[in-house]
Design a protein around this ligand. Structure first.
Ligand code: NIG
Ligand code: FE
Length: 411
């Protein structure tokens, strides 16, 4: 089955397969073709080029895109979309003056979500999560990473990871599963953090590995959660099961989480709202992708990740949503791209590169998604009629997506 998209006003993010990520000043370059065609065969991008030079194909279906643009689908490399219920009450408590940390210290926060998740059946959890996945695909996301970390017991962490496995089976976008048992210290282990870390290392990791339930491992490395030494122990243990690390670091404090993550060759370090010069130097000496989560900063009213400092140091930067019930109840990558431009002073070119090719890299999916490249998956979206691609972040809050194609089919 072949489909030919014609008269595309601008085909965005056209790349050779060799480009796996972009850094520094190269982030400000977004390769495009004006007045272009795109040919797909089944689920794969087969060819593209200028309308003037279109070869003589006979396609099974021709779709006229006059006035519209095509972008590769967004890659969301950091989410927690498997959760139960919501934390709307904490949202109201914060409006009334309590901080995110104060709420967590009173037993709210991650522990509140864990209590709800533990009491929810696997089937119900799947239904709630699938609804969120449908919502974000319709918003243009065509590859996603999903974390555990609201279970905090062996059974409930397995329940979360089995839900992610079922999502992988039932949806045809690339999905990566991350084991985040070290998300918070459960109440039962309040005075015995070592006991919980032993549970993660001695019971959770072997079981998860034997059922092949995770691609990556994550730790919330932060004051009041897991220290640098704890993170070191957990990442070392996970390495024995071939789990690559992606680590929550520097959300509220810079405590050395970046150095320990790069020591473990982490694929990404995520959050980075607080970033010291030493942290920056560690990143420069590594291949680790820094990931910013601007919707989280927006929702919690905490500093935005210093994107300029990172990009101007010649580093790459990726963008993701952090969709979760506590700090970011939104999975809208269009909003993330707009917020990166508006609040982090990223150009539209930098933000689109960060939300496609670089966020694909942050999931080890550079060979499949993240750009319009021959041989990659036919995951892309067609915009409404817009004057320029910069109009997407400029029109923050508007939905400018007309149609989303996943594996070559309309979603
Ligand atoms: O990435 N920072 C840690 N974890 C999540 C939030 C968890 C929650 O509040 O439920 C985050 O922001
Ligand atoms: Fe997160």
């Amino acid at each position: 089955m072949t489909k030919l998209f014609t008269n595309i006003k601008e085909l965005i993010q056209v790349r050779e397969a060799s480009v796996q990520k972009v850094s520094g000043t190269k982030m400000n370059i977004l390769p495009t073709l004006k007045n272009a065609f795109l040919l797909i065969e089944n689920n794969i991008i087969k060819d593209f080029g200028l309308m003037d030079e279109i070869p003589n194909f006979s396609a099974d279906e021709i779709i006229d895109c006059a006035g519209k643009m095509i972008l590769p689908t967004w890659c969301d490399s950091h989410t927690h979309i498997v959760f139960a219920g919501n934390r709307e009450q904490e949202f109201v408590d914060r409006i009334k003056g309590l901080s995110y940390e104060e709420i967590a210290n009173k037993g709210g926060g991650i522990l509140n979500s864990a209590k709800k998740l533990q009491a929810t059946s696997e089937e119900e959890l799947y239904q709630q999560s699938a609804k969120r996945l449908n919502e974000v695909i319709a918003l243009g996301t065509g590859a996603i990473e999903i974390k555990s970390g609201y279970g905090l017991t062996l059974d409930s962490e397995l329940k979360m990871l089995r839900v992610i496995k079922k999502l992988k089976e039932n949806y045809n976008i690339p999905i990566k599963a991350t084991f985040l048992g070290a998300h918070a210290i459960p109440t039962e282990f309040k005075h015995n953090k070592e006991g919980y870390i032993n549970l993660i290392i001695d019971e959770m990791l072997p079981k998860i590995s034997s059922e092949n339930l995770a691609d990556f491992v994550d730790v919330f490395c932060e004051v009041g959660y897991f220290s640098v030494d704890d993170t070191d122990r957990i990442l070392s243990a996970a390495k024995k099961y071939n789990l690559i690390s992606k680590v929550h670091v520097n959300q509220f404090n810079s405590i050395g989480g970046i150095a320990i993550s790069t020591k473990h060759n982490a694929l990404s370090v995520d959050h980075l709202e607080v970033l010291s010069d030493d942290d920056l130097a560690q990143l420069k000496a590594s291949e680790t992708m820094p990931v910013a989560l601007p919707s989280c900063s927006f929702f919690l009213g905490i500093p935005f990740t210093p994107a300029r400092k990172i990009i101007d140091a010649n580093l790459p930067l990726a963008l993701a949503t952090d969709y979760n019930p506590g700090s970011t109840p939104s999975g809208n990558m269009n909003f993330v791209v707009a917020t990166a431009c508006i609040k982090m002073k990223m150009t539209p070119e930098e933000a689109i590169n960060a939300a496609t090719i670089n966020s694909a890299f942050a999931m080890n999916l550079s060979n499949k998604v993240g750009s319009i490249t021959k041989g990659k998956l036919a995951n892309f979206f067609i915009t409404k009629e817009i004057p320029s691609y910069g109009f997407i972040p400029y029109s923050f809050g508007s939905n400018l997506i007309d149609e989303v194609y996943i594996n070559g089919n309309k979603f």
